[in-house]
Design a protein around this ligand. Structure first.
Ligand SMILES: *Cc1c(COP(=O)(O)O)cnc(C)c1O
Length: 391
């Protein structure tokens, strides 16, 4: 069991005080950096879940075309186009008619829009999961928590779930696929089965913010559920682009939903809330050269992540949960406390991970660790091994 030294203890108090102010999400690395006062030589952000290779790819074009191209002033001074025009750029890349695309200022805005406009009764939320799906419900009594079983590594038992929903008959359900924080992936076949069996529901929300990291074949081909909307108009697919493209600061995300839902949202707002740089991203994304280059870094990162998770699972003091996302949920099984290990990793090793003690539905001591570049993953692995060796 690992314990803290006196300096780490001092930092522990300061960190958890900062965390109190940031609600159910971890403090941003910018505030954490301020607090550390340059203590650490290295800094690896394995708390935020993003592909760092994709960030670099985006920055290459951004630097060349916006900064060196002398367009920065134009992007800042002028209004960006309306969301509906932005959707025009996306339609060809994702192969969805423009009338079925709803652009949001990050997926978070879409989650709010969907929950506040389309949920007319009870919603079943599987836990543990991304907290906004229950937090944004105005009437908390309308949230039905469906506990994912720990003995199945918090994975969804499809048959049991379908039977449960048929019995409870809520208004809506939400499935995060792959799930955050454990990375459990539901196959396209099972998603189709859920849609088929539960077509009586008003809304079936599927959050695919991590789907670019999942795969069903050896080629890591991209998985696509959008075609299912034609058959199942109660489907709403929500997709953040922050994680797969590594551009959370730009606030980018979209949803695929029926035409009438898109137009009803646009009729009451959500017309003009995309920033100029987000607009630049969508234009870039629609270009073949960029999507081709993106696919290469996407696959490279999946390979890295596979190796990383494999190495993690060789550390005897932790249990690594099976994941098809770009992170691993790990359980401390040597009696160590997740808050303490999190602080030690951050303060002494400069590695920022997500402590999961505030996640409802998890029972035990859990950390969620994102995969980073190959070199950064090595730093994370060495830090963990060192901690368990030296206590
Ligand atoms: C991060 C995350 C979001 C929010 O994404 P933004 O585009 O940054 O608002 C939504 N859903 C899940 C499951 C996430 O992990």
């Amino acid at each position: 069991m690992v314990t803290l030294n006196s300096e780490e203890k001092k930092f522990y108090d300061a960190f958890w005080e900062l965390k109190l102010k940031s609600g159910t999400h971890p403090p941003s690395i910018i505030s954490v950096f301020d607090m550390m006062g340059g203590n650490s030589k290295t800094f690896v952000d394995a708390c935020f879940l993003s592909n760092p290779y994709a960030t670099s790819l985006f920055l290459e074009d951004f630097n060349k075309e916006i900064i060196e191209g002398g367009k920065l002033r134009e992007y800042i001074e002028a209004y960006p186009p309306q969301n509906i025009e932005v959707a025009e750029h996306l339609t060809s890349v994702i192969n969805v008619p423009v009338n079925n695309i709803f652009i949001g200022n990050g997926a978070i805005e879409i989650i709010q829009a969907v929950i506040h406009n389309f949920i007319k009764g009870k919603i079943v939320v599987n836990i543990p999961t991304f907290s906004s799906y229950y937090e944004y419900m105005k009437n908390k009594e309308d949230v039905i928590y469906y506990q994912l079983p720990k003995e199945r590594n918090y994975s969804l038992n499809i048959d049991k779930y379908i039977a449960y929903i048929k019995e409870v008959r809520p208004d809506s359900i939400v499935i995060v696929n792959p799930n955050n924080p454990n990375g459990d992936y539901i196959s396209l076949e099972n998603i189709t089965l859920i849609l088929k069996e539960l077509s009586f529901l008003t809304n079936i929300i599927i959050d695919e913010s991590f789907i670019h990291f999942a795969y069903e074949d050896a080629d890591f081909s991209m998985i696509n559920t959008y075609n299912l909307l034609k058959q199942y108009p109660n489907l709403i697919v929500i997709k953040s682009l922050a994680k797969d493209f590594g551009i959370a600061g730009l606030r980018v995300g979209y949803a695929i939903m029926s035409e009438d839902k898109v137009s009803s949202l646009l009729a009451t707002g959500y017309q003009w809330n995309i920033g100029g740089f987000a607009n630049y991203f969508y234009r870039l994304y629609s270009r073949n050269d960029f999507s081709h280059a993106y696919d290469i870094v996407r696959k490279k990162y999946i390979m890295n992540t596979l190796m990383f998770i494999n190495e993690l699972s060789r550390i005897p003091e932790i249990k690594v949960y099976p994941s098809k996302a770009n992170f691993a949920l790990i359980e401390l099984i040597d009696g160590s406390l997740s808050k303490e290990i999190m602080v030690k990793l951050l303060y002494t090793y400069g590695v920022y991970v997500r402590d999961c003690s505030d996640k409802i539905g998890l029972k035990g001591e859990f950390l969620r660790i994102a995969s980073r570049t190959f070199e950064e993953n090595m730093i994370i692995l060495d830090a963990l091994k060192d901690i368990f060796k030296n206590g």
